[in-house]
Ligand binder design. Structure first.
Ligand code: DCP
Ligand code: MG
Length: 386
């Protein structure tokens, strides 16, 4: 590992990967209010504005004191807080609310679009298209897509073919149908102990196909969230030298087995080593992913519950890079990529780290090495909630 110069952590830093950010911050109710406005920009597809609000929220999340009239001057020193957001913060200090957020929450269009994007497969663009067709509620969406809630597996056939699940319109519509049919389950959050049990079940099944694999549960779970919306599991083989060969094609085999065991009912997206992307260099397709619907039998007294489980397979040399890339938060990831590019002349994403000028690849052996390679001070996963 080439240890480069290291930038010190500070809550005033411009990159969120330099700002330790707890899950719950001292100004959480302010963050919640500004997040309504961010969501408003998100559903309307106003991406630049949404990013400004995301950045502002992330800066406030890292600020370690409760904001009051007495320290509001300090807030003016923080990056990414423009005059508009500063005046919103002042309004919040005076009234405990932000008018624009309250107006947004009362707006029926905002309510419909926000409800639509909770469905897996529906993004802001599709939500607006459905709204323009005159649809307003999730029940109307069910009728439009001819979906019955909690519908049987026969009616929403699993997608097990990588080619068929490419970004086609049919695949998109199928994904929405699954998301709608299972919305009552998929809308429920998953407690930590169930997340662990799902990982245990999956790794036990994987052991029947390939010995010597290991996994890390990434995503919000790893950042300390008590409840997750889905389960993100990054998997590799423990043999540093031969592991790369051993994980090749394993994603597909595991999903096939889980499906045969009745543990996975739907696969929304599957990419394997067949996938070629000519725009990318050879090493970037080192990840195999499956976005699945998993049948969780966690609570034996209740019925089975459908849960979204993402499986990510990485070769050992990119495993810790993939774990960092899938731990998030989304803003932390965005700034890791920006930091690598702007400050280090490197390219970072969840499938690898490389140096731009000579394409040298980095193979960190630990999570700390990932940070070291990028010239960053290590930040514990629970402080990556930017
Ligand atoms: N991630 C990413 N790019 C993607 C997918 C994921 O950078 N295309 C990263 C950022 C996320 C993490 O992986 O924080 C997991 O993604 P999730 O959507 O599962 O989000 P979280 O796990 O953070 O929260 P939750 O699942 O509870 O909603
Ligand atoms: Mg997640």
């Amino acid at each position: 590992v080439d240890a480069t110069e290291v930038e010190l952590l500070s809550h005033t830093a411009k990159y969120s990967c330099l700002r330790p950010s707890p899950l719950v911050c001292p100004n959480q109710s302010l963050v919640k209010e500004i997040d309504v406005i961010r969501q408003g920009r998100n559903v309307e597809g106003e991406e630049r504005s949404m990013l400004s609000y995301s950045r502002a929220i992330s800066v406030i999340k890292a600020y370690p004191h409760v904001i009051t009239e007495h320290n509001i001057r300090d807030i003016h020193e923080l990056p990414f807080l423009g005059v508009k957001i500063l005046s919103m913060i002042e309004e919040f200090l005076k009234t405990g609310q932000i008018t624009e957020a309250q107006t947004m929450l009362a707006n029926p269009r905002f309510q419909s679009l926000s409800a639509f994007i909770t469905i897996h497969g529906i993004g802001p663009h599709t939500a607006r298209r459905l709204y323009d067709l005159g649809l307003r509620t999730l029940e109307e969406l069910e009728r439009y897509y001819e979906v019955k809630p909690g519908v049987s597996d026969e009616e929403t056939m699993p997608l097990l073919d990588a080619e068929a699940s490419a970004n086609t319109e049919a695949a998109g519509e199928r994904s929405i149908k699954i998301g709608l049919a299972l919305r009552h389950d998929l809308g429920q959050t998953i407690p930590r102990e169930e997340v662990e049990e799902i990982n245990g079940t999956i790794m036990r099944e994987l052991g029947h196909i390939q010995k010597g694999c290991k996994s890390v549960i990434a995503g919000g779970y790893r950042r300390g969230k008590p409840q997750s919306n889905d389960v993100d599991i990054v998997i590799t083989h423990t043999d540093w030298n031969l592991g790369s060969q051993k994980v090749k094609g394993l994603c597909r085999k595991l999903v096939q087995r889980l499906h045969e065991q009745g543990l996975v009912t739907h696969v929304m997206y599957l990419s394997g080593f067949h996938e070629h992307n000519v725009l990318r260099t050879h090493h970037w397709d080192s990840l195999e992913k499956a976005l699945t619907v998993f049948v969780s039998r966690h609570n034996s007294s209740r019925r089975n519950v459908y849960r979204r489980v993402d499986l990510i397979f990485a070769a050992p040399e990119v495993f810790w890079t993939a774990v960092v890339g899938w731990t998030g938060s989304t803003m932390f990831e965005r700034d890791l990529r920006l930091w690598a590019k702007q400050q280090k002349g490197m390219k970072f994403d969840s499938s690898g780290i490389s140096r731009r000028h000579d394409s040298k690849l980095y193979h960190p052996r630990t999570e700390r090495d990932v940070f070291k390679v990028l010239g960053l001070v290590y930040i514990h996963p629970t402080l990556r909630n930017a």
